[in-house]
Design a protein around this ligand. Structure first.
Ligand code: GTP
Ligand code: MG
Length: 462
């Protein structure tokens, strides 16, 4: 079975599509796999930073791509006048992606280190595909932020309007708690493993990461790599190449990241990102809280369809139960595939997810189009877990001082870029969400208009 074809043939109707393509999967002994923890890691960063190249290199170095395939990709890349793109072809599997040298759909692949099974989600960097990046990041536990050290490239990514900034802010809001910042292309002739360039990038990134809400000491680490050459990825750097780096390689860093996992005992919630027909109805998603078992009776919210769990799969392996953080396919009885949309949530029947058409949220305004003002009546597209829905701000309740984080007494009618404001948000259709304080992953969201992220927020009351 080719899972990628299957997924693509049966995309969900909601716009934009939560596109996912499956690259490769390891068929290790099930027992071994289940003992290790599992983490979803999203690769983010500006267009052409080297996300797909680094992802492809990881698969190559972990023995999942043979030399013959690499040679084939080298030839194909050369024929397309994209010689240096061959490593990216491991992740970029569509013709469109290979011709343009740009990821469009989130690529998905698996690899393992000593302690962890990783699912890589290779997000697109191009600004047109930010909705796909959001869908990738919303499934992730940790992020690898890829930055190009090549002269001029770091600068363009970091500028206002560059995707380095937008991706970091989105990742934080979407629940990516830990970031590994890889300074890539260190081999490039304009860089040549320069400590000065590395330090420059690190020192410019730190204040910005802080502003975006990351605790740089606890939640962020930096390391230099060359994705294309495969350096400092699986093994540490050779001193003869780079004398000043004493730190770990990428695999070691990924291995040592600790992430608080959702509670396996809390009520079950799995937002649905995709669905298809295969001997019944199969839904895909990531468990955000609770545990699912074979034979469970659950609800699909908001429609309250009663369903029974027929089978649970992690990658190709059938399992009898699964907990927080796992990416699953779940075969269900009691519901037709047509009756499910992406954004619906597979929920505990005794304690189902809340359904609303209105909620109160604390919003941080990032960048309004043409410096517009933000006031009641403002319309945008709401992205919360796998939901994409038109929304309207119906009332501004209170402004919050960004410095002191205390409420400002004065009545608020409009706010501008950078403001933090409490407001009431309305959607046309019923959606499944939770308060941020109860289920962070199901209560944080982004607002976008005309293809740009204008605000990030947390739901404070339902
Ligand atoms: P999008 O998917 O479009 O966002 O780009 P990406 O971040 O996935 O970048 P991709 O891996 O497609 O690489 C873009 C270009 O950068 C290709 O020409 C790569 O060969 C080149 N590149 C990536 N990593 C390195 C590196 O470590 N060193 C050098 N010199 N070039 C690199
Ligand atoms: Mg890419």
């Amino acid at each position: 079975m080719d899972p990628k074809q299957e997924v693509q043939a049966q995309s969900v109707e909601a716009e934009p599509k939560a596109k996912v393509k499956e690259i490769l999967s390891v068929q290790d002994e099930e027992d071994e796999q289940m003992k290790k923890r599992h983490l979803n890691v999203v690769f983010i960063g500006h267009v052409d930073a080297g996300k797909s190249t680094t992802g492809g290199q990881i698969l190559f170095l972990s023995g999942q791509v043979d030399d013959r395939t690499i040679q084939k990709y080298e030839k194909e890349a050369k024929d397309k006048s994209r010689e240096s793109w061959y490593m990216a072809y491991i992740m970029d599997t569509n013709e469109e992606e290979r011709v343009k040298g740009k990821t469009v759909e989130v690529g998905r692949a698996h690899f393992e280190t000593d302690t962890t099974r990783f699912t890589i989600l290779d997000a697109p960097g191009h600004k047109s595909y930010v909705p796909n990046m959001i869908s990738g990041a919303s499934q992730a536990d940790i992020g690898v932020l890829v930055i190009s050290a090549r002269k001029g490239e770091f600068e363009t990514g970091y500028e206002r309007g560059g995707q380095t900034r937008e991706h970091v802010q989105l990742a934080k809001t979407l629940g990516v708690t830990k970031l590994l910042v890889v300074v890539n292309k260190m081999d490039d002739p304009t860089v040549n493993w320069s400590k000065e360039r590395y330090d420059e990038i690190e020192s410019k990134m730190i204040p910005f990461l802080k502003q975006s809400g990351y605790n740089v000491k606890k939640d962020v680490s930096f390391l230099p790599i060359s994705g294309l050459m495969g350096l400092n990825i699986k093994t540490r750097l050779d001193k003869s190449l780079c004398s000043w780096w004493d730190g770990p390689c990428l695999f070691e860093s990924l291995d040592s990241i600790e992430v608080p996992m959702g509670d396996p005992k809390s009520p079950f919630r799995m937002p649905i990102i995709d669905k298809f027909k295969d001997m019944g109805t199969v839904v895909m998603g990531k468990v955000e809280s609770g545990t699912i078992r074979d034979g469970d009776s659950l609800l699909i919210m908001p429609n309250k369809d009663h369903v029974k769990v027929v089978a649970i799969y992690i990658d190709e392996n059938r399992v009898t139960l699964a907990g927080p953080g796992e990416n699953l396919r779940v075969r269900l009885s009691g519901v037709e595939e047509e009756d499910i949309l992406s954004g619906f949530v597979l929920s505990s029947a005794a304690n189902p997810i809340s359904t609303v058409t209105e909620f109160v949220a604390q919003l941080q305004i990032l960048e309004l189009l043409d410096n517009a003002i933000f006031t009641a009546g403002y319309k945008a597209v709401l992205h919360v877990h796998s939901v994409v829905e038109e929304c309207e701000i119906v009332e501004l309740l209170q402004q919050i001082d960004p410095k002191t984080r205390k409420p400002i007494k004065k009545k608020v009618l409009f706010v501008k870029n950078g403001a933090i404001v409490l407001c009431r948000v309305q959607v046309n259709n019923v959606i499944c969400v939770e308060k941020f304080s109860d289920f962070p992953q199901l209560g944080r969201f982004t607002l976008r208009t005309e293809g740009k992220t204008v605000a990030v927020g947390k739901i404070t009351a339902l």
